[in-house]
Design a protein around this ligand. Structure first.
Ligand code: NDP
Length: 297
């Protein structure tokens, strides 16, 4: 049972995709009274069997508890669900764990305030399997006193990482991680296609792929202080080397009958940096090049 400053021991969860179901389940496991609502009502069946209350309407779900956890595909889904029930928003605390842009999160917080509700933006950093464990974190942003008042309630979902008052910040930190996550994971998928085309299975490449991706932290640790110091010298690696290396990757990919679009896009970026005069410099020159927005051409 919660011992938070707010002394909350009951919550409403709206949105029962894989994440929302895991969250409602974690609250039940922690001894909370849980009210749930979902557009597709049948997704609540297992939770109801475990003791959750299925609200008949969104208004009923909002009226049941002060704390309302939203786990939806995006903020547009929030508006389509909550717009018809805005009178019931007065006095609610919306913990919005739906992914969207920082701008949408700011608009969502202002919209909630207009209807008398307080809004915390959240960005969850684990799949459903990590929900209920403080080994993983969720970014939060919004009013600090609101976050602190309800932190114990939030900790039933995952650990917490408060990023600041701006409601867009949690969404921003989440999107920064998604930028990294999707590009890195897609790189692995491409590597598997290349491996498979050459008769190498996913399990055969697994230890090597895990070692290479697992070692990325060392690169980040090495380069970060140099980037902060504005040091981009080619003493460790040079853009000219990256151009040659990526050219080999593109040709190996083409020779294997695999779609080369992904490595070809990287090769093009490095070639552009070389053409800008950074051939002898480190790959970290690409940060400023991307930052100028030219990559969107
Ligand atoms: P899903 O997209 O599977 O579930 C979304 C929920 O939103 C469902 O309850 C769905 O209702 C509801 N929904 C979507 N559109 C509408 C709409 N127009 N009107 C009413 N309800 C709507 O997402 P997940 O559960 O996987 O994730 C929830 C959030 O958490 C997402 O923002 C996701 O990006 C984020 N996230 C997900 C992770 C994961 O591993 N799954 C990891 C970290 C974050 P219905 O059941 O009726 O379709």
């Amino acid at each position: 049972m919660s011992t938070s400053a707010a002394n909350t021991s009951s919550v409403t969860v709206i949105g029962l995709g894989p994440m929302g179901r895991a969250m409602a389940g974690a609250y039940l496991d922690a001894g909370y009274q849980v009210t749930v609502w979902n557009r597709t009502a049948s997704r609540a069946d297992d939770l109801v069997a475990r003791g959750a209350v299925r609200a008949a309407t969104v208004g009923e779900a909002l009226a049941a508890n002060e704390v309302v956890v939203l786990s939806l595909t995006d903020y547009a889904a929030m508006y389509s669900i909550l717009e018809p029930a805005v009178p019931a928003l007065e006095g609610r605390v919306l913990v919005n764990l739906s992914s969207d842009t920082p701008g949408k999160a700011r608009e969502g917080a202002a919209w909630a305030a207009k209807h008398g509700a307080r809004h915390l933006t959240g960005g969850v950093q684990t799949p459903p399997s990590g929900i209920g464990s403080t080994e993983f974190n969720t970014y939060y942003s919004g009013p600090r006193e609101l976050f602190e008042e309800y932190e114990d309630v939030l900790k039933v979902i995952t650990g917490t990482d408060y990023r600041g008052e701006d409601p867009g910040l949690a969404a921003l930190y989440y999107q920064l991680q998604m930028d990294l996550f999707w590009t890195a994971l897609t790189a692995w998928l491409h590597t598997l296609a290349l491996a498979n085309a050459n008769g190498i299975s996913a399990s055969e490449i697994q230890p090597y792929a895990a070692e290479t991706l697992g070692g990325m932290g060392q690169f980040i640790d090495f380069y970060t202080p140099r980037i902060e110091a504005g040091q981009h010298s080619g003493d460790v690696e040079r853009i000219s080397m990256a151009v040659a290396s990526l050219d080999h990757v593109v040709h190996t990919t083409r020779d294997s009958g695999v779609d080369p679009a992904l490595p070809a896009a990287l090769l093009e970026a490095f070639r552009r940096a070389a053409a800008e005069g950074y051939e002898e410099d480190s790959l970290t020159r690409l940060i400023a090049m991307f930052g100028r927005g030219t990559a969107a051409k």
